[in-house]
Design a protein around this ligand. Structure first.
Ligand SMILES: N[C@@H](CCC(=O)N[C@@H](CS)C(=O)NCC(=O)O)C(=O)O
Length: 227
């Protein structure tokens, strides 16, 4: 029997959906517990006693003295894949090139393609393209590189859906929410995203609908349209 798994989360966070996709890929049973950040629940017990950072997602794995608390979304998906290796979410040791690609994509998007650099300012701060200035240009310069990464393959590390896709795909949706037209500018990345959108784990998470509803409710400036 698998240990009890609790996932502290909030919809439609791009960080919080990553562990959920990994758990669904593995076919594990888990309970989702929403932490209402807008009510400050993350800064109050019982949640604040679980994790020193007071952030979601946080995974609680097991119970009692055996309980393990894991935070940081990338650490959580790596933990889930390490502790429940089947079906694998990393390429096999025999495919060293694919392992290298998966690891590089997981690291470099955080440094280079992090839509959060502007997403919060657009969604919550109502900022315009002019106000964002070079922050938009830097991201727009980076996206074609990812089109090349997605070319001639099904997923970011090759034919297999991996942790790299779980890490990166939700972030790519942020660009779409700000008006970026993948189909026009980066067709390989657009086709890649369509494959991710059809992935059963991602569909089952319900995240895409929740994310789109959230975006529609905020009606953000389309700072990446007509670029
Ligand atoms: N690097 C962390 C970021 C987690 C994060 O920023 N979570 C947000 C929700 S998406 C949060 O809990 N914000 C409340 C806070 O930081 O006080 C991860 O990938 O898990």
């Amino acid at each position: 029997m698998q240990p009890k798994i609790l996932l502290y989360t909030i919809a439609p966070s791009q960080n919080a959906v990553r562990p959920e996709i990994a758990l669904l890929e593995k076919g594990l049973e888990f309970e989702k517990i929403t932490v209402d950040l807008f009510k400050g629940e993350h800064k109050q017990p019982p949640f604040s006693e679980l994790t020193p950072r007071g952030q979601v997602p946080t995974l609680v794995y097991g119970e009692g003295a055996d309980k393990i608390v894991v935070y940081e979304s990338i650490a959580i998906i790596r933990f889930v894949d390490a502790v429940h290796p089947q079906p694998p979410l990393m390429p096999p040791a025999s495919d060293a090139r694919a392992i290298a690609d998966a690891l590089m994509r997981m690291e470099e998007f955080q440094a280079k393609l992090d839509a959060k650099n502007i997403f919060g300012s657009v969604m919550f701060g109502g900022q315009t393209r002019e106000q964002l200035g070079e922050r938009v240009d830097t991201l727009l310069d980076e996206i074609p590189r990812w089109n090349a990464y997605a070319s001639g393959r099904k997923f970011l590390a090759g034919e297999q859906f991996t942790l790299a896709d779980i890490a990166v795909f939700p972030l790519l949706m942020h660009f779409e929410a700000m008006g970026y037209d993948y189909a026009q500018h980066t067709p390989a990345l657009s086709a890649y995203m369509d494959r991710c959108k059809e992935r059963p784990s991602i569909k089952r998470s319900g995240w895409l609908d929740a994310f789109r509803q959230f975006v529609a409710s905020r009606n953000p400036n389309q700072v990446l349209a007509n670029v």
